[in-house]
Design a protein around this ligand. Structure first.
Ligand code: PA5
Length: 440
């Protein structure tokens, strides 16, 4: 058992026990599938229902990519992108492309409409052997669809249509969407995103597993970590870590702490926090309610956002993910002249100093009026990533039901799409376009 949670420094600000009393009902709603959005609960049992044939196909595709490609271009946005990027950075390094060894470089496209980003990626691919994993559940999202059209063209230019088709892997719905049509028509190897798993809960499906395996990360270990946490999450009780997290953050929210900052003292966690922001922001921010999810990288942001956290508007609380070990040992060397005055640290490891920075900062923030939830895992690994993913997902489902929202839909995401479609001239949106142009 690796992950543990400590809500002591939240319970001094809000009545966590009272909200823990609501957890049996929220747990029953989630696990019994009786709540809003219950047709999107496929992720709950996912770690126990991995299809061995599908997993073998994912591993075979990853092995082919590793053998024939210098670069894997992953095209996707939101839930079809953040989990894979988070895993690659968390399990290997935020500098993955510099330290990857024999693994292919991984580039991400289709997560913006930036010409500069697109042109830069195209330039990086020149002269390289590369493949594409295009990921979109709906198969119609504009950003990845546009990127796929552009990069498919470049791949076909490089290899010809037939070989390009052998280098394209499509992860999409089993039946619907333009990407499915393209994949069937052009013969791409395809992976299915289960109907009952929404984008932000899909990292442990082929959405995440194919690019993660292509990066050389042990997906079996990741799934084992998720299974271990799923077993703990399924057991009702006040020591259930998901119950404690859901209760603490909801108690704080009800006491006026409306912004949650997710933080860690390891740079490799940055994209896991980005993934977490999508998970919680999209699941809870609706019906005029919800905790605003934010993130900082520590200690770096203590020298920027630290001022606000210590003394700004008192509606903040922190959830800090701490690692018992970073996975590397680096010590401060001694110095004869001690001109920098650091000899008091000589021989101490950076892990030790980092842990003291974390402990001191947590207490300073608590003293400044910022409640603190501490989540501890042993070390960054595929296994602890799987554990953390499932922990945050299950707690998110519980949290959504405590908040009385549907944690599995995202109706608000459509509003920008309608306006964008109208303004870029998508057929069928002509009236809306005229109205928007008037307002602009
Ligand atoms: O969580 C979600 O459902 C969204 O963030 C989607 O993942 C995102 O909009 C991308 O959608 P799609 O995979 O259909 O391209």
């Amino acid at each position: 058992m690796s992950l543990s949670i400590n809500v002591k420094n939240a319970a001094s600000f809000a009545d966590v026990s009272a909200v823990l009393g609501e957890l049996p009902a929220a747990h029953e709603t989630l696990t019994g599938g009786t709540g809003a959005g219950n047709d999107f609960l496929g992720w709950v049992g996912l770690p126990f229902r991995v299809d061995p044939e599908e997993l073998a196909r994912i591993k075979a595709a990853a092995a082919k990519i590793r053998a024939d490609s210098d670069v894997l271009l992953v095209i996707g946005i939101g839930g079809s992108y953040l989990g894979a990027r988070a895993a690659v950075e968390y399990c290997v390094s935020p500098n993955y492309n510099l330290v990857r060894g024999d693994s292919p470089m991984i580039l991400f496209a289709g997560n913006s409409l930036s010409a500069a980003q697109t042109a830069e990626i195209a330039a990086l691919l020149k002269g390289k052997d590369w493949s594409i994993n295009v990921i979109s559940k709906s198969g119609t999202t504009t950003e990845p669809a546009v990127a796929f059209r552009i990069f498919r063209g470049l791949l076909e230019e490089r290899y010809g249509a037939e070989e390009a088709a052998r280098r394209i892997y499509a992860t999409t719905d089993r039946a619907r969407g333009a990407l499915k049509t393209l994949a069937d028509t052009l013969g791409y190897e395809s992976f299915v995103i289960p109907d009952d798993v929404g984008g932000r809960y899909s990292v442990l499906t082929p959405v995440g597993l194919l690019p993660i395996a292509a990066a050389g990360i042990d997906v079996d270990e990741m799934l084992a970590g998720a299974r271990a946490m799923a077993e703990r999450a399924a057991a009702p009780g006040e020591d259930n870590p998901c119950w404690q997290y859901a209760a603490a953050r909801n108690a704080l929210y009800r006491a006026g702490y409306t912004t949650e900052i997710n933080a860690a003292y390891e740079p490799r966690y940055r994209y896991t926090a980005e993934w977490w922001k999508q998970l919680y922001g999209e699941s809870e921010g609706k019906d005029g309610k919800g905790i605003f999810p934010a993130s900082v990288d520590l200690t770096a942001d203590l020298h920027s956002m630290g001022q606000y956290i210590q003394q700004g508007l008192r509606n903040l609380f922190e959830t800090v993910v701490c690692f018992e070990r970073s996975g590397s040992t680096v010590s401060v060397p001694g110095s004869e002249d001690n001109l920098d005055g650091l000899n008091f640290l000589a021989g101490r490891t950076l892990d030790e100093i980092n842990a003291m920075a974390a402990a001191g900062t947590a207490l300073a923030h608590v003293d400044g009026g910022v409640p603190n939830i501490k989540v501890t895992v042993d070390e960054p690994s595929a296994r602890s990533f799987g554990e953390l993913v499932y922990f945050f997902e299950f707690a998110c489902g519980l949290s959504g039901y405590l908040l009385d929202v549907n944690p599995f839909n995202q109706p608000g995401v459509e509003a920008y799409k309608v306006n964008m479609y109208a303004l870029i001239g998508k057929p069928g949106y002509e009236d809306r376009r005229a109205e928007l142009e008037n307002r602009l």
